[in-house]
Design a protein around this ligand. Structure first.
Ligand SMILES: [Ca+2]
Ligand SMILES: [Ca+2]
Ligand SMILES: [Ca+2]
Length: 360
């Protein structure tokens, strides 16, 4: 069982996201030479309490291989000028490898990279704008490396290079959905290249067919089972889907990843989250598995958010802290006193308080 993670770990991750999680292409100007570290692998993959986690979007970090910037020569897909944020900018795993020394020199001990598996090839046209899967959240085949980032050999090289420099590799993973149910592939899901089904031809019952969730507050049933942002919602209560996702994460674990950041956990059923977490925790050398349960402040889902880690076994990012920290240091809409108050009420609250302590 994974130990509860201290607030300090979550703070580090969230602060870095707040400062660096922007949509520009990153070009470090200087890469300093480093002594070669002789360690093989990293230790303590289940515990990130002393780690500095750096989230980077693979597409926006560094382009180490121009041949994969537009692998299918699609129109409205790649923007070499790096101005249209809805298109690919060309970053890839080689670009991360090339900049490991830069990351190490900043004191980074873990990188959290974009979902590594194959996403939708085509741009998605909506209201006259073309959107692309540069963020990795429009899955097509969880068993295959994404052609924009590299192949298996390149992924293995990335993991080895990072670990040999004392840097853990955390992958984003989005087991809630595939891509838009009305795109050119109708949210199709593949297994190692073989088509399993599409939203409009779903003989295996891979997807929920309940419609798209409204943006406003909805019931727990709706936000767990309706389509999030029109993305085909996986029927995770279906054994075929459960086995698919368990088998797929095994593939990435077998390639040495040190952690999993679970996207959109709030939109997955508690039962699936528990099954998935138990599966991940059952491996012989467990890795840290944490999730995104996005809330605003205040939020009607607060109690569900607060109790989620104990119910499901997946730790979650501290959005309560992130919201106040961003408002304090970002747009200055909150003060240092607000930040202090938040720390106090989460540290000293009681069960009667809406901000009852839930993080150690
Ligand atoms: Ca590239
Ligand atoms: Ca693809
Ligand atoms: Ca769902």
């Amino acid at each position: 069982m994974i130990k509860k993670t201290k607030r300090s770990t979550l703070i580090a991750a969230v602060l870095i996201i707040a400062l660096l999680g922007q949509s520009w292409f990153f070009n470090p100007s200087t890469v300093l030479a480093l002594p070669v570290c002789n360690a093989v692998g990293v230790t303590n993959r289940a515990n990130y309490e002393s780690d500095i986690i750096y989230e980077l979007m693979t597409d926006r970090f560094a382009d180490g291989d121009p041949t994969n910037n537009n692998p299918y020569n699609k129109s409205n897909s790649y923007d070499p000028s790096h101005t249209d944020i809805n298109k690919y900018f060309g970053g890839d795993w080689q670009g991360i490898i090339d900049n490991i020394a830069y990351l190490k020199n900043m004191g980074i001990t873990a990188i959290w990279i974009t979902a590594p598996y194959n996403n939708l090839d085509d741009p998605y046209l909506e209201n006259g704008t073309y959107y692309n899967a540069y963020h990795g959240y429009w899955a097509k085949d969880f068993f295959v490396p994404y052609e924009h980032w590299g192949d298996w050999a390149k992924f293995d090289q990335l993991v080895a290079t990072a670990q040999n420099n004392g840097i853990k590799v955390v992958i984003d993973y989005a087991p809630n959905h595939t891509s838009h149910k009305d795109n050119v592939e109708a949210g199709a899901l593949y297994r190692n290249g073989a088509l399993l089904g599409r939203y409009d031809n779903d003989t295996l019952g891979l997807f929920h067919h309940l419609g798209t969730r409204a943006d406003y507050q909805t019931s727990k049933y709706e936000y767990q089972n309706y389509a999030l942002a029109n993305l085909a919602d996986l029927s995770t209560e279906n054994a075929t889907v459960q086995n698919y996702l368990n088998d797929s994460i095994d593939v990435w674990l077998s390639h040495g990843v040190d952690g999993i950041r679970n996207d959109a956990t709030l939109h997955q059923s508690d039962a699936f989250r528990t099954v998935f977490a138990d599966h991940i925790n059952a491996i012989s050398d467990p890795v840290f598995h944490f999730g995104e349960y996005f809330i605003s402040t205040p939020d009607a889902k607060y109690d569900d958010y607060r109790t989620s880690p104990d119910r499901t076994g997946i730790q979650i990012l501290d959005f309560e802290f992130a919201n106040v920290a961003r408002a304090t240091f970002g747009d200055f809409s909150k003060t240092m006193q607000d930040l202090k108050n938040m720390n106090n009420y989460t540290a000293n609250g009681s069960a009667d308080s809406p901000y009852y302590t839930w993080q150690p």
